[in-house]
Design a protein around this ligand. Structure first.
Ligand code: BG6
Length: 490
């Protein structure tokens, strides 16, 4: 079990805290993962009485668990929870906050600060915590700061944020989140690769034709249009989650499975990805936007209509579909294209990594053959497509059979990504958090694409909501044999 400490949640009245963090902490408590003396200090900008805070927590838990929880656990959870109001216009707000936190009778000296606030407030809060001497570990106890996504909006702002917070924090105190790293299925990539000796000898350019990393959602921009229109699919998903999946899929075997060794190999591979040649942007990248269509039989509006509804410019060229091709510049991966694609409002929701093995060594010349798919969600499976003979007199009649390995079984522990990451934060395990060099390498790859796209203001390709990948996205394939997988099984 983790050491007793205090988890301080800045942004406790925000959506993430209400939907994921507080219900997640409750679930961890119910599973017996939180030490008895651990406290949760929720910090918000509004005044809330103790009773009102209890009622708010109850409401969050009702929404999540629909009354399906134990009253004794609820009472225990409530005793751990304290709300503190940091009034935005009070110059002494952080002094009062520090006075409360330094009360030894209530809180132990281990503090983990979870900053689930506007990105523009990250550096300000770290400065204030430092000014109140709340980040200094030399007097005993840990002091850790978790920074929500995004860490900067490009390389320059990421470096600015880093320069500001490193005045007060060592790298070992900074937990940069990418919630995909908290998903069990992502951790399973390393287990699949390094726990089964059959894969690694084949995991290179001699045997692999190409890799596809896919994230499709049926959801649209919804009520996040302002955020989404300033961000776009490339920044929102590829810069973070998909590049992390790429790193786990292609990194070399780490010297050990310690957090530092894993991150060292991820950094190496991310830094070896070649920048897209400036003359080739239009062959290596593709963007599109969803127009109105049907999702599960229901009519849904197009992206530009949603922008107009929310008073934003309907001539936006922000992409809701992004696909790019990358190459890794090392011996192992030279010449293997890695395709990353992400979209809102596609025909289905699915996140999976598809490895296409070369056909050259096979007697069956079928471009559909030889796929291994690691599915992250909604199914957690490892799926191998095998060519098998159709029983009968024809010697070479074959078909594709599926070997499907279900990585989650009934009764397996179900811990949400944020729950895992909060436990890691409290126990000091940084392996599922980003090192600053990963963040920098990721922005370095993405910034030039965004700059190129920003220059071109002509309307982008539109795809109907609920459809498959726009046909024009094929432009990024190296040859005609390559095609997007439609789903996990096709
Ligand atoms: C977030 C993005 O980081 O990840 C969202 O901002 C996206 O746009 C979400 O929907 C997807 O996360 P998950 O865990 O639902 O796949």
């Amino acid at each position: 079990m983790i050491d007793s400490g205090t988890l301080v949640l800045f942004g406790a009245k925000g959506n993430l805290a209400r939907v994921k963090l507080i219900p997640g902490l409750f679930h961890l408590d119910a599973c017996g993962k939180l030490p008895p003396a651990m406290k949760i200090l929720s910090v918000g900008r509004q005044e809330v009485s103790d009773d009102a805070w209890v009622a708010e927590i109850k409401d969050m838990l009702e929404k999540k668990f629909k009354g399906n929880y134990d009253q004794l656990v609820f009472d225990r959870f409530i005793k751990r929870n304290i709300y503190h109001c940091n009034l935005p216009d009070d110059p002494d707000a952080f002094k009062k906050f520090a006075l409360k936190l330094n009360d030894d009778k209530k809180f132990t000296k281990n503090f983990a600060f979870f900053l689930s606030v506007r990105p523009s407030d990250f550096a300000l809060i770290v400065d204030q915590l430092a000014e109140q001497n709340l980040l200094d570990e030399s007097q005993g106890g840990y002091r850790r700061v978790l920074i929500e996504k995004p860490f900067g909006t490009d390389l320059e702002t990421a470096i600015e944020l880093q320069t500001s917070i490193e005045k007060h924090l060592k790298e070992s105190q900074i937990y940069r989140i990418d919630h995909y790293l908290g998903k069990t299925a992502l951790q399973n990539i390393l287990i699949t690769r390094f726990g089964n000796s059959i894969f690694e000898p084949l995991w290179n350019n001699q045997y692999i034709d190409h890799i596809q990393i896919t994230n499709h959602e049926q959801l649209g921009a919804g009520d996040r249009t302002t955020f989404y229109d300033a961000t776009g699919a490339l920044r929102d998903m590829i810069q973070s989650h998909l590049l992390q999946m790429l790193a786990l899929t292609t990194m070399n075997r780490p010297k050990s499975f310690s957090p530092d060794a894993i991150r060292e190999e991820k950094i190496k591979v991310l830094e070896s990805i070649k920048a897209i040649p400036s003359a080739s942007f239009d062959d290596f990248t593709f963007r599109a936007q969803y127009k109105s269509g049907k999702i599960d039989g229901e009519n849904v509006p197009g992206y530009l209509e949603e922008l107009e509804r929310d008073g934003l410019s309907p001539s936006s060229v922000t992409e809701t579909y992004a696909a790019i091709k990358l190459f890794i510049d090392n011996e192992k991966w030279k010449g293997v294209p890695i395709y990353l694609r992400t979209a809102k409002r596609l025909h289905e929701a699915g996140t999976y990594i598809s490895i296409k093995f070369k056909n050259e060594n096979s007697i069956i010349k079928n471009s559909n053959a030889n796929w291994l798919i690691m599915s992250i969600q909604p199914k957690e499976t490892t799926h191998f497509e095998i060519q098998t003979k159709i029983p009968g007199l024809n010697d070479f009649d074959f078909r594709t059979s599926n070997l499907e390995c279900f990585n989650r079984l009934d009764g397996d522990e179900s811990i949400d990504a944020y729950e895992t990451l909060m436990l890691d934060l409290m126990s000091g395990n940084q392996s599922r958090f980003l090192h600053i060099n990963e963040v920098k390498a990721q922005w370095k790859l993405i910034d030039p694409i965004i700059a190129h796209w920003m220059k071109n203001k002509t309307p982008v390709v539109q795809y109907p909501a609920g459809s498959c990948d726009p046909i024009e996205s094929k432009i990024i394939f190296e040859n005609n044999e390559q095609f997007w997988r439609k789903s996990l099984h096709e």
